[in-house]
Design a protein around this ligand. Structure first.
Ligand code: KIV
Ligand code: ZN
Length: 519
C-alpha cells in the first residue's frame, strides 16, 4: 500500500487526508461527553461530509467507548474507522476488536517519547520505550493492515530519539506516523521544520503518511497544522469547532477552508464537502452544549456579518470587497423567510432536504407538526428556526422523563413559582415550586419530582434569530458523582426551552447513573 492509502484519488492537487478526532480527543475535553446515539449521529454526518478517517474513541477506556467504536465501525461505509490504544497488549487487542467490523479499520497506537513524559508519566527508560514501540505496532499489524503510530509529546522529544522511535514504528509496519504537539508548545516555523527534518532524516519516510496533531494552548494549532502540510504532512488530525483536551485541537473547518480558499499558497485538496461545515459545527455545539463563539472563524454567527456602514456599502456593491469566501461555501444559507402556517408538507420536506436533512416518514410527520405549532406561535419562521426544531427532535428529550405542561408566575410581585406536569416512567406527575427567579422555580419543580444530586454547572440562553419573538436555545449541563450530562432545547418561550433542556440533560444523567449502577 502506498502513502495515498485512505482513498486513492486522481485529484488535480495532492490530497491532504482529514482525520477527525472530535469523538476521541474532542470528547476528552471537560464537559464534552457524548451519549452513544450522539456519537453515532455525529460519525454518520462526518462520513457523509467526506472525512477520511474518523477516530471514533478509545475502546479500552470504558465499555461505553468500546460499544460506540464498534457500532460506528459496523455502520461505516467509506471512511476509515480508527480507535486509539496505548501501547499495552490489552489496549491494542481491545481496539482491534472494536474496529474490526469497519470496512476500513485502523488501530492508532501511541506512547510518550519526551524525557519529561518518559520519566514522570511512564517511568520508563528510552530502551523500554523503543521496545514498546516495536512490540505495540507489530501486535496492531497482526490485527489490521492499517496502523498509525504516534509519539506523544513529539515536539518536546529529542530529535535523534524521535527518529529512532519512528524508524522502529515504520519497520514494524506503521503506515501513518503522527507527530503530536501534545501540549500546544510549538510555533509554526518550528513545527514545520520538525516535519521536514523527520521526512529528510528517516530512511523510509516515503513509505508512510506523515500526520500533524496540534493542540491549541497558544492558539497556534491551525497555523502549526498548515505549516506541517507545507512541509510534507499529508494527514491533519483536527476536531469540529476545535474541540479537544484543554484549549482544544486544530479546528477542522479552519483547516479545510484555509486550504480551499488559499489554494494558491497551499495547493492541496481535502475530501470534505465544505457545505456541511456549518451543520457539523451546530451539531457538535448542540451535542456538547459548548457554544460556538460569535467571532469564531468559518462557523461563528458573525463570521459573515457586516456591521459597519462602510462594509455594508462595499458588500452591496460587490461581496468580494469584504468576503473571501461565500457563506454558502460553508453551508450558511442566507437567513431566509421560510414558510408560514399555510405551507404544505411537501414544501417543508423540500426545505429540509435543501438544508441537508432527510427524515424518515415518521420523523418527518413529527417535525412537520412541530413546525406548524411554531408557525402558529411565531410570525416569521426562518431557516435557523427549522434547524433548531429538527436538531431538537433528533436529540430527543429522552425516554424516562417526558415534558407535558408548564405554567410560570414571574415578575416583580413574586414569589416566582412554577407548576409543571411531567410524565415519569409513563405516569403523569405534578409539582409546584418557588424559586429565586422563574428559571430557578422551574428547575426546583423538576427537582421535586426527580430528586438528584447533580449540580447545575451551566445554564446558557441564545436567541436563534433576531426579534423579540425569536426562539431561545437553552443549554444546560449537570454534573454529579463524576457523571456529566448536557441538554439543549429550543422554544419561543425561554422558560419552556429551559425546562426541556434541563429534562434532556436529566434523562441522560439518569441513564448514565443507571448504567453505572448496573455495571
Ligand atoms: O495529543 C496527543 O498527543 C494525542 C495522542 C494520543 C495522539 O492526542
Ligand atoms: Zn491530542
Amino acid at each position: 500500500m502506498t502513502p495515498e492509502t485512505p482513498s486513492a484519488t486522481a485529484a488535480a492537487k495532492p490530497r491532504v487526508f482529514i482525520f477527525d478526532t472530535t469523538l476521541r480527543d474532542g470528547e476528552q475535553s471537560p464537559g464534552a461527553s457524548m451519549t452513544h446515539n450522539e456519537k453515532l449521529e455525529l460519525a454518520g454526518l462526518m462520513e457523509e461530509m467526506g472525512v477520511d478517517i474518523i477516530e471514533a474513541g478509545f475502546p479500552a477506556a470504558s465499555d461505553g467507548d468500546f460499544a460506540a467504536v464498534s457500532e460506528i465501525a459496523a455502520r461505516s461505509k467509506s471512511a476509515i474507522i480508527c480507535g486509539l490504544a496505548r501501547s499495552t497488549p490489552a489496549d491494542i487487542a481491545r481496539c482491534g476488536e472494536a474496529v474490526k467490523k469497519a470496512a476500513r479499520p485502523r488501530i492508532h497506537t501511541f506512547i510518550s517519547t519526551s524525557p519529561v513524559h518518559m520519566k514522570h508519566k511512564l517511568k520508563m527508560g528510552p530502551n523500554a520505550v523503543l521496545e514498546a514501540v516495536g512490540r505495540s505496532v507489530t501486535q496492531a499489524r497482526g490485527l489490521t493492515d492499517d496502523v498509525e503510530w504516534s509519539a506523544e509529546d513529539a515536539t518536546r522529544t529529542e530529535f535523534d530519539f524521535l527518529c529512532k522511535c519512528i524508524d522502529i514504528a515504520i519497520a514494524s509496519g506503521a503506515r501513518t506516523i503522527n507527530v503530536p504537539d501534545t501540549v500546544g508548545y510549538s510555533h509554526p516555523h518550528e513545527y514545520g521544520d520538525l516535519i521536514r527534518r523527520l521526512i529528510e532524516n528517516i530512511p523510509n519516510s516515503d513509505k508512510v503518511i506523515w500526520s500533524a496533531h496540534c493542540h491549541n494552548d497558544l492558539g497556534l494549532a491551525v497555523a502549526n497544522s498548515l505549516a506541517a502540510v507545507a512541509n510534507g504532512a499529508r494527514q491533519v488530525e483536527c476536531a469540529i469547532n476545535g474541540l479537544g483536551e484543554r484549549a482544544g485541537n486544530a479546528a477542522l473547518e479552519e483547516i479545510v477552508m484555509a486550504m480551499k480558499v488559499r489554494g494558491d499558497t497551499l495547493p492541496y485538496e481535502t475530501g470534505v464537502d465544505t457545505t456541511y461545515l456549518a451543520r457539523a459545527s451546530g451539531m457538535v455545539s448542540r451535542i456538547t452544549g459548548f457554544p460556538v463563539q460569535y467571532n469564531k472563524a468559518i462557523v461563528g454567527k458573525n463570521a459573515f456579518a457586516h456591521e459597519s456602514g462602510i462594509h455594508q456599502d462595499g458588500m452591496l456593491k460587490n461581496s468580494e470587497t469584504y468576503e473571501i469566501m461565500k457563506p454558502e461555501d460553508v453551508g450558511v444559507s442566507k437567513t431566509s423567510l421560510v414558510m408560514g402556517k399555510l405551507s404544505g408538507r411537501n414544501a417543508f420536506r423540500d426545505k429540509l432536504e435543501s438544508m441537508g436533512y432527510t427524515l424518515e416518514p415518521d420523523a418527518l410527520n413529527d417535525a412537520f407538526k412541530r413546525f406548524k405549532d411554531l408557525a402558529d406561535r411565531k410570525k416569521h419562521v426562518f431557516d435557523d428556526d427549522i434547524i433548531a426544531l429538527v436538531d431538537e427532535q433528533l436529540a430527543g428529550i429522552g425516554e424516562r422523563i417526558g415534558f407535558k405542561r408548564l405554567r410560570v408566575v414571574a415578575g416583580t410581585e413574586g414569589p416566582q413559582t412554577a407548576e409543571i406536569d411531567l410524565i415519569i416512567d409513563g405516569v403523569e406527575q405534578f409539582s409546584l415550586a418557588r424559586g429565586n427567579g422563574p428559571v430557578d422555580a422551574v428547575f426546583n419543580a423538576i427537582r421535586q419530582l426527580v430528586p438528584h444530586q447533580a449540580v447545575l454547572e451551566l445554564y446558557q440562553v441564545h436567541a436563534v434569530t433576531g426579534g423579540t419573538d425569536a426562539q431561545a436555545t437553552v443549554s444546560v449541563r449537570l454534573n454529579g458523582d463524576g457523571i456529566m450530562a448536557t441538554g439543549r432545547s429550543s422554544d419561543p418561550d425561554t422558560l419552556v426551552a429551559s425546562a426541556k433542556a434541563y429534562l434532556h440533560a436529566l434523562n441522560k444523567f439518569e441513564v448514565r447513573k443507571a448504567k453505572r449502577k448496573a455495571a
